[in-house]
Design a protein around this ligand. Sequence first.
Ligand SMILES: NC(=O)c1ccc[n+]([C@@H]2O[C@H](COP(=O)([O-])OP(=O)(O)OC[C@H]3O[C@@H](n4cnc5c(N)ncnc54)[C@H](OP(=O)(O)O)[C@@H]3O)[C@@H](O)[C@H]2O)c1
Length: 234
Amino acid sequence: MLVTGGTRGIGLAVSRSLVVAGARVVLTGRDATAAAEIAAALAADHPSGEAVGVAADVRDPASLRAAVAVAAERYGRLDALVANAGVGRMAHIQELSDDDWREVIDTNLTGAYHSVRAALDALVASGGTIVTIGSLAGAHAFAGGAAYNASKFGLVGFTEAIMHDLRELGVRVATVMPGSVATGFSRRSGGDDAWKLQAEDVAEAVLFVLRNPGRALPSRIELRPARRRPTGGN
Ligand SMILES: NC(=O)c1ccc[n+]([C@@H]2O[C@H](COP(=O)([O-])OP(=O)(O)OC[C@H]3O[C@@H](n4cnc5c(N)ncnc54)[C@H](OP(=O)(O)O)[C@@H]3O)[C@@H](O)[C@H]2O)c1
């Protein structure tokens, strides 16, 4: 299993759930030491599975190919890609910088494309599964979301298109679209996070897709906090 952005937040929760379930996980982040230490801690805490951490920036296709090669060398196969790595830069269009636009699109959208391209041959060979971490921001726009909404609307469309491309090849493709999750990513208001989803809730949805090897493909899961945001929203 390959989890991009597995060093924190949702990607770490997904990686942990997979290792607990007995999977062999390659998790990535931009920093080699952090990725290696986090994977080593996961593996030590949960001897049911295995984990290795490698540096791979999703904006860099070569680093993703190297991460896939690690999975092939250590584990002999790749059964799933969880394309999770993402950044949020929220600004109204009047204030949005070109750099922030590029970072968000290059990471959240083009990064998922590079991740899929790097893993594709291995996933076709294994009859594997791709899960992208979309967002409700990929279906509902909001003020300040010009770059983020564009990246996630694009990611949801990309995921759906490749689901149609790849189902005939035996590769299952799904997107999990969470609402607000209590991670460092979205802690903007500094207020009470009790109403938000937890990263483990998203991990549960990812595992639901991965454990569902039958005829049915839950190709798009919208995951909302059961309680509404105190100020309203999706
Ligand atoms: N939190 C929410 O409310 C929420 C809601 C819906 C969807 N999502 C989506 O869920 C995903 C994870 O978000 P999160 O809340 O878990 O955020 P987070 O806690 O900030 O974690 C982001 C992860 O992405 C990695 N990352 C960032 N840029 C990267 C790059 N260029 N290459 C490789 N890895 C990179 C980070 O690793 P390093 O820093 O170690 O490189 C980190 O592991 C994102 O796609 C986000 O859009 C989040």
